[in-house]
Design a binder for this molecule. Structure first.
Ligand SMILES: [Mg+2]
Length: 188
């Protein structure tokens, strides 16, 4: 059995569209996905960014998330093979109820849910083998902690994905193909 940790935003569902819509509505700024090479948002104060991110995690917005094609199917397959699934998101602990409802709503199987700001630390405590997460910071930290990092490729993590030992794929079918042998090895 392998232990997998799965991020939610920009990993299980296309989060950037939501953040972009909120920033546009509140501040009239455009944040084209293709131009997001890092996590800084030019032209917005840090507090404003935090407000927008908080709004992406309202109950209503959490429950409106539409998973990437093949994400649920792939995780269902891994879970059915006996792998342990930890869902972990960088969001306030108060969002856990809505997040759990969303996971049920999309029919995502999981064994454990963690909504907090200490993702990789928690992964280490749990003995996680593979972390699927788009954040370059988490990818590097996971790598340093001896956890295999994997991610959907986005403009902000393309550079990190080219490094040794980081698994990247354009979509969930690609992630499944790349991770199946890793999970088989860990499960043996
Ligand atoms: Mg993410």
């Amino acid at each position: 059995m392998a232990k997998l940790a799965l991020d939610i935003d920009s990993t299980l569902h296309p989060y950037w569209d939501l953040l972009q819509r909120i920033v546009r509505e509140r501040y009239g700024l455009e944040l084209p996905y293709e131009e997001q090479y890092d996590w800084g948002i030019n032209g917005l104060e840090r507090d404003a960014v935090i407000h927008c991110v908080e709004e992406t995690h309202s109950d209503e917005n959490i429950l409106a998330g539409v998973p990437y094609e093949n994400a649920v199917k792939t995780v269902r397959g891994w879970h059915a093979e006996g792998h342990w699934i930890h869902v972990t998101s960088h969001r306030r602990v108060q969002t856990a109820d809505a997040t759990a409802r969303w996971l049920d709503q999309i029919d995502m199987p999981y064994d454990d849910l963690h909504c907090s700001f200490d993702k990789v630390t928690r992964c280490s405590e749990l003995g996680i083998h593979v972390l699927v997460d788009d954040s370059p910071v988490n990818i590097v930290r996971a790598s340093e902690a001896g956890i295999v990092p994997a991610t959907l490729i986005h403009p902000w993590n393309r550079e990190v994905v080219e490094r040794d030992g980081v698994i990247g794929a354009a979509d969930w079918e690609g992630l499944r193909v790349a991770l199946d042998p890793v999970l088989a090895r860990l499960g043996a």
